[in-house]
Design a binder for this molecule. Sequence first.
Ligand SMILES: Cc1cc2nc3c(=O)[nH]c(=O)nc-3n(C[C@H](O)[C@H](O)[C@H](O)COP(=O)(O)OP(=O)(O)OC[C@H]3O[C@@H](n4cnc5c(N)ncnc54)[C@H](O)[C@@H]3O)c2cc1C
Length: 498
Amino acid sequence: MSSGTEAHDGHRGPRPAVVVGGGISGLLSARELARSGHEVTLLEATATLGGCVAPVRAPLPDGTELVLDAGAESFAVRTPAVHGLIEELGLSDAVVSPNPVGSWMYLPDPAGGGGRAVRSPRVGILGIPGDLDAPEVAEALGADALERARRDLALPVGRWEQALRDGGPVTVGAVVRDRMGEGVLQVLVAPVVAGVHSADPDTLDLRTVAPGLLEALVAEGSLARAVAARRAAAPPGALVASLRGGMNTLTAALVQALRDAGVSIRTGVRATGLDRAADGWTVSAHTQDGTDETLSAGRVVLATDGPAAWDLLAPVAGGALTTADRPAEGAGVALVTLVADAAGLDAAPRGTGLLVSPQVPADVVGAKAMTHVTAKWDWIRTEPHRHVLRLSYGRVTDAPDVSTPGYGTDDRELLARAVTDAATLTGVDLAGAVVHSFVVRWRSALPAATTAHRAAVRSVRDWLDGQDGLDAVGAWLAGTGLAAVVGDVRRRIGVGET
Ligand SMILES: Cc1cc2nc3c(=O)[nH]c(=O)nc-3n(C[C@H](O)[C@H](O)[C@H](O)COP(=O)(O)OP(=O)(O)OC[C@H]3O[C@@H](n4cnc5c(N)ncnc54)[C@H](O)[C@@H]3O)c2cc1C
């Protein structure tokens, strides 16, 4: 992973660097390399920069335009990583907090085949409640499941102490089921895990998605107390923040900083191969206009999604990276945005939005989550009664046969489903209210945070640590989310890290 100042062309000085991938990981890597004096070229396969943090433009019938986030719309404030970057880029004044109206969940109705909306527990991590006396926890769980959950307060933690010592895989499902029972797992945790991580709790690695929670469980002697302690230790206020204008303004600011630093930014150029050379590496690339070229570099950073990085790394790894460890594509997600003129939504009937339990039948609600964007972020509200809703499709439990709406469903069907789902979820009739709608699809953008993936990441990183001038960053290695990827790039590529 190393190397800062070495000889090239007979001079001592930083060697030319190539960064592959123009998402946040790649842009930030390019910035760090430029800051340490490298001459940097960044290659991005598509025509746009930012990856999951790009803008999308919504032209409205009145001739105005809304610019929204196409993917990530906030960042976690549990670490100072993203705040630090925002400050360096001069964007601190634009930081905004979500409205404190809370969020909701949509759960199967025990009385019949439908669903019911309940408030999410206020103190929680991944849906795991930190306060078992909270009325919303009782309302969501019912008496029996609550009684089982309360056993967590007294059960011994020896098993998890042992797991912590062993360092072996620990899934979210195993810990929650053991401490609080199946009810908490299915009702409160599964919707969050499915909505946020597109994963099944029984394969999701606890250490990756909730760092420090296992240690806190052992220290506190209870999962609920561990959650409460971790939340109390976090900065006060909301768990996430954003930027006025959207997270895509972070991409714009980073791109500007790269231009100012003289980085060569090339969009529409896909890296197709990586090779060793006498004085470093070569990157083969294919441009959108059909040209093939080869770039030489002393330092190469791969900042793509996992499968793309793997395909570049494996041929130079001499068998050190096995095919069995190639990261999975991850779940595809389709996001439907509805812009609606609907006074019924003014009171934010479901707060900032809802996560839908995977147990709600798809014919009742097909979406896995809905964000009431204009209720969450003040800056997006432009007109009285004008609302933006964003619904996501592609539940981890859905069959891949397109019988439920997901990544592969066509736009027309998705848009129709979104209008009926939004009405069911909010309780507001949206017939005739939608003035604009569009679909954005993401593939390979949400890496699977499974225990097997965590082991594969460790072996990739161990191997990379022995490679002079080569590194890989990005969500597939660091974990999903801006806080994870920004912190990881700083540690691996940051100035002073040679
Ligand atoms: C719908 C959605 C919503 C999200 N919401 C949030 C949120 O609210 N908060 C949060 O913190 N996180 C969120 N995330 C996660 C977060 O956005 C990502 O974890 C993070 O942005 C990943 O950045 P990255 O640079 O690692 O990867 P990416 O953004 O995926 O960038 C990788 C880039 O590499 C390029 N590339 C791939 N192969 C090649 C190649 N061979 N040659 C050249 N270029 C290549 C791709 O085109 C892409 O631009 C969300 C993600 C999605 C998909």
